[in-house]
Structures are given as C-alpha cells and as structure tokens.
Design a protein around this ligand. Sequence first.
Ligand code: FE2
Length: 309
Amino acid sequence: MPSESTARVLKATAATAALTALAGAGALGYAAGYEVRAFTLRHALVPVLPVGARPLRVLHLSDLHLVPSQRRKREWVAALADLEPDLVVSTGDNLAAQDAVPAVLETYAGLLERPGVFVLGSNDYWAPQPRNWARYLKGPSRVPEPEVPRLPTGELVRGFIDAGWVDLDNVRTRLTVAGLDLELVGVDDPHLRYDRYPDVAGPAAADADLTIGVTHAPYRRTLDAMTADGAGMLIAGHTHGGQLCVPGVGALVTNCDLPRAQASGLSRWHAAGHDAWLHVSAGLGTSPYAPVRFACRPEATLLELVPVR
Ligand SMILES: [Fe+2]
C-alpha cells in the first residue's frame, strides 16, 4: 500500500496527465475543426519597383491541396477573383486527389482570367501518402517512392496554359503586366530535385522593371542562385508556414533547408552581395492525411509591389 505522500504524488501526476490530455484534445479539436478552415487574406507592401513606377498588385496562392469535396475552401478561393489582381502567382501543390483537376480549374476560373504564372510542387505530381508524424520534427519529408500513384499533372498544366497562365517550371521569360516590363524565372520543384536552374540562369535583364524568381520549395540553393543573378523578388510556398506552430515561437519546421524564422511571410534574402525580397506563403491547404493547423492559418497574400523608397 503506498504511503500518503506517494499517493499524493500519484494523484497529482494523474491529474496533470488528465489535464494535458484534455488540453491536447482541445488543441487538436481547434486545429482540425476550426483553424484548418480559417482562411485569411494577408497583405504585404514590397518596395521593389523602380522609382516612379505604378504599384503592381500580385496575388500569391500556394499549396491548395484540393479535394473536390472541400466546398468552403473552393468558395473562399474563387472569391479572390474579386480582388482583380494585376498578376496571379501560383507556387504549386494544387492537388490532393486523382479527380481534383476539374475542381481546381473551376475554383480558379475567375483568377485564370487574370495574367498568371505558375510552378508545380510535389503534390502536383504524386498522390498524397499517409505520413509518419514521428518524423515531423526530424527533417524534410522524403521524395515519393516509385510505387506512389502519379497525379494527372498534364491535365492540370494544360488547364492553366489553355487559360493563359505561363508555366515557369525551369523557364525564364518576359511578361508585360499593367505597363511594367517583368522578367520571370522559375524552377520545377526543388524538393523533388526537379529544378534545373542552370538551364535558365543568367544576370537579371537590365532593361526589365523587375526580375521575379518563383519556386515551390524555397531551398537555399534556389534562393541563392536567383538572388545572385539579381532577382529583386522571390516567391515560394511549400513550407505551410510550419503548419503546427507554437504561439510566441513560430514554425518548428520548414520541410526544407530554409531557416525557420523565414517559414512564412516577407523577409530579405542575401547571396553573393545581392539582396532580394522573399515571400513565402503558408498556403491554403494541408495533406488530407494531416488536416490540422495551429497558430498558422491557411492564407493567400496580396503583395503590393511599390517603388523603392
Ligand atoms: Fe504543400
């Protein structure tokens, strides 16, 4: 029979365990039942255009991870067309089901009428797989094994291109948008090692108003190379902003080698004596096998590019 003091310790331990379990269940309920659908439009002002240029409104979308039955997400995203952005930049991971392409194109219908560019992410190529959450804190997720089912990537790309969006996967191109001469350079997903930046590398065009680099996963090798070439603005997704964040601390992981402090939002990137603005989107969705977000709401961002001060 335990002594009185031992019994008190056991009782206190049991109470702590029960409270922790209750708090955990409450947080999980909030993360899965509310926050994962608490869609938020963020705004960011980026002083990156030449003096005297008119502002450019860029809508950054990422990581939609759409399953056709996600009605609320589809309605919220479709309504973003009312913003009438000058340019839409989609940084990949659109799909979360084999039959999601028609739903993605329908959801983006209004946005596809605007000028747009896109790159692909791993979840545009490979079907989502159950994830071992014990690995969550250990490092980037693994590249899919060959037996993982492919997604209808070609159907998605055709839909975007047929609507007029420009495929930036390992592409450098020029685009006139709202009177600005933009140079755009993008890579296919560095997380899958599909990036071929050397094929499109080169100094930023001196006669362009701005060079924008676009990638799904913001790996340092990609950000460094684009910045060193003189891109003034870098746009990426993939991190989900950490997805499960700690209030007051922020993201615990970025699912790549990006520093945690830059897991989402606007920051600066430095390489080879050059500086660029970096915007990383926390994204709009999650894998269907991890439908939770905590202290990291699903988001789209309206970037207002303005002249340097
Ligand atoms: Fe994603």
